[in-house]
Design a protein around this ligand. Structure first.
Ligand code: ADP
Ligand code: MG
Length: 269
């Protein structure tokens, strides 16, 4: 298969939206798998105590497994906690365990509580893996974990579900991003918006799509991810949809979206 272009620099993307169920985790693991399938090295950092990204990548995340929790506490390095996914030798995951559930409270008393993840994402710590892409899968909140993800990244990728309440809460998310830009990470940009769970049978889905495109212009990927049963079945098998059913519409659309992401990263921005 044709290789995707290597980015001009290591890209660190935070996948964020404080709404749950909009496709953060699904987009994280499938974009990551698609990039890995096309020759790029990708690290997924699971930052949600639920560990859904770890599950979808078939990576162990029982309590006590070396995970992002110990990394944030400064006990181990990212490379120590990274597992290679059995879906691709190019695809790594730092799992999240339920131990992460209390970390926002533990972090409050710590130094540099907003930049623990950034400090862990140093070139040295990533040397053993040398990823072209790092995706950080956020929990559905705007708490300290999501702030850590925004401080550690250069880019935010926002998945938006093509549903009635899609735009609700988005201004709050954007305001939080502005606060992070103003105080903690001046180089953060909302680089990518991905429309997910599109149902072509509803007029509403088209209304949401055009409204989002009107607001956000070229930030929105041309590819729209359709609602598809295969996409929702795959995590139950510890797989991305690219491994579970490579020819499915869901898999093909995530491949198209990943190609767009990669093509943008090959341009300097
Ligand atoms: P989030 O991480 O934002 O909470 P998820 O990625 O876990 O959202 O998605 C929420 C639910 O919707 C999951 O059960 C997932 O399998 C399902 N889902 C996500 N994308 C699709 C899709 N394109 N088609 C069908 N189901 C989807
Ligand atoms: Mg999730």
């Amino acid at each position: 298969e044709r290789m995707f272009p290597r980015p001009t620099h290591r890209r660190v993307l935070t996948v964020a939206n404080q709404k749950g169920g909009v496709g953060k985790t699904t987009s994280t693991v499938n974009l990551a798998a698609a990039l890995a399938l096309h020759g790029l090295k990708v690290l997924v950092v699971d930052l949600d105590p639920q560990g859904n990204a770890s599950t979808a990548l078939g990576v162990e995340h029982r309590s006590g497994t070396p995970s992002i929790y110990e990394v944030l506490l400064g006990e181990i390095t990212l490379a120590d906690a990274a597992h290679v996914s059995d879906q691709s030798p190019n695809l790594y995951c730092v799992p999240a365990t339920i131990d992460l559930a209390g970390v926002e409270i533990e972090l409050v008393a710590m130094e540099n509580r907003e930049s623990r993840l950034k400090e862990a994402l140093t070139a040295e710590a990533l040397d053993a893996i040398a990823p072209d892409y790092v995706f950080i899968d956020c929990p559905p909140s705007l708490g300290l974990l999501t702030v850590n993800a925004m401080v550690a990244a250069q880019e935010v990728l926002i998945p938006i579900q093509c549903e009635y309440y899609a735009l609700e809460g988005l201004s709050q998310l954007l305001r939080n991003i502005e606060l992070v830009q103003a105080h903690l990470n001046r180089s953060l940009v909302v680089s990518t918006i991905l429309l997910t769970m599109y149902d072509g049978r509803t007029k509403l889905a088209d209304q949401v799509t055009s409204e989002v495109r009107h607001h956000f212009g070229d930030t929105v990927l041309k590819t729209v991810i359709p609602r598809s049963v295969k996409v929702s079945e795959a995590p139950g098998y510890g797989q991305t949809v690219l491994a579970y059913d490579p020819g499915s519409r869901g898999a093909l659309s995530y491949l198209d979206a990943a190609r767009e992401v990669a093509d943008r990263g090959a341009e300097t921005h």
